[in-house]
Design a protein around this ligand. Structure first.
Ligand code: 5GP
Ligand code: ZN
Length: 115
């Protein structure tokens, strides 16, 4: 996906505040943080949304999820954090390359949804 913004970040065409990288995933700071700590974990290969996940993707999704507490702890979220995956129009997804939000800080986060 040549014009996908997160694919461009993976290719190094757009700078990002990189936190972690391995063969399969990249983690970087969200450009518009919604909490004192706010970073994203993304698969390196283009993956449109969680709605496209297949059973075969479980290891990749598990890898992303299992990384969240490790990276959050490294950034000082020792007492908890929130993970979010916005999916599709109703889920409020803005960037159509799967990403796991990880949010935290020193004080409790506000209520999850204001409906
Ligand atoms: P979504 O609403 O799709 O779940 O969240 C997309 C997130 O990506 C938003 O929180 C937004 O701030 C972040 N974002 C969008 N473009 C960029 C970018 O170019 N760099 C970084 N670091 N984050 C971005
Ligand atoms: Zn992409």
């Amino acid at each position: 996906m040549s014009d996908c913004i997160f694919c461009r970040i993976v290719r190094g065409e757009i700078p990002c505040g990189k936190i972690y990288e391995d063969e399969d995933v990249l983690a970087f700071k969200d450009i518009h943080p919604q909490a004192p700590v706010h970073f994203l974990i993304i698969p390196k290969r283009h993956f449109t949304s969680l709605a496209d996940a297949l059973p075969a993707d479980a290891p990749l999704l598990g890898h992303m999820l299992a990384l969240a507490p490790r990276l959050a702890a490294d950034l000082g979220c020792a007492e908890g954090f929130r993970t979010i995956v916005n999916t599709g129009r109703v889920g409020g997804q803005e960037v159509y390359h799967l990403h796991l939000h990880v949010l935290g800080g020193e004080t409790p986060l506000p209520a999850m949804l204001k409906y």
